[in-house]
Design a protein around this ligand. Sequence first.
Ligand code: CP3
Length: 350
Amino acid sequence: MSLHERTVKTTAKRFLLPFKSKAGSPPPVWLMRQAGRYLPEYRQVRTNAGSFLDLCYTPKLAAEVTLQPIRRYGFDAAILFSDILVVPEALGQKVSFIEGAGPRLDPIRSGEDLSRLDLSSSNDKFARVWDTVSMLGQKLPSETALIGFCGAPWTVATYMAEGRGSTDQAAARNWAYRDPVSFGKLIDLLTEASIAYLSGQASAGAEALQIFDSWAGSLADDEFDRWVIAPTAQIVNEIRSQHPDVPIIGFPRGASASLAKYIELTGVDGVSCDTACPLSTMQTIARMGTVVQGNLDPLLLVGGGEALDKRVDAIIDAMKGLPFVLNLGHGIVPETPPENVARLVQRIRS
Ligand code: CP3
């Protein structure tokens, strides 16, 4: 059953219209990583917060940086400010963010290492994020929707096993081949934690949820079924039974060739498409009733100018009349001049 066939509360929020089978014209817009280092006001709060995790776990500060891009640009949706690595941190893995180098974790690579993780301790940390969501319900403009999120179990596991970002996700892929039983236990634990984390966000007021699977594209197709599709389907089923009105968006980055299968077998209401996904694929999917988000190249926001305008026009034109949300194919990069984001929003709405 698709979302619009289920009972949904009527609302004027533009971001939610495509999920009720109504194409917005112009399309609703928000951007992945719309809160972040490209904004001077973010860098200010980030410096005062101490560490990145302190920022994520302090509701007042996390709510403030969530609101910054809404004030500047009036996006149709705000995305909760947090990180996908909050989940392993809450489970007891040591996580830190090194300035200019990205995340570092004490790697977990075997069945024995799993004993360092504990689901029962995670709720205290999650509750701080849920408090941010509640606070945002009070502070956001009435026309702005609030999106909650988590990382998909596979992508979170790649960071947990590698201990950092990687180009090939080798530590997780090797573990999954060497010992699928213990790797499966990690995926099951992350699935359970993600359900609790997302469900709490929806209960606190998140109006849509996005599951970020940034490294979905690194798996062979049988492994994709097992480590991407199966846990995502479990999360979608459980969240839907608890929160039938909250649309769920999947972002299986790099997996355009498996997108139709991903949609069919996970039951997501929408997909975020990466920059390499052909517009023709996005049209086909949207015509079949799945909401499509995407897929402007974040680098066009760095350069700006006519190249940006031309591609924005082409995407909007291709998706006219279809259930579509304009977004990027991946997150805003720190080098982005804020005025180019303003130019994008103006272009869409003019
Ligand atoms: O505005 C938003 O989109 C909301 C907040 C958000 C962040 N991370 C804040 C953040 C969201 C939705 C994420 C998701 C996330 N985090 C993903 C999935 C999307 C993607 O980018 O592929 C992943 C893989 C992560 C893990 C992560 N967090 C990495 C690899 C890094 C380092 C890279 C970098 O850009 O520095 C982070 C840090 C991070 N998460 C920052 C922000 C604003 C920058 C850290 C800082 O301020 O020092």
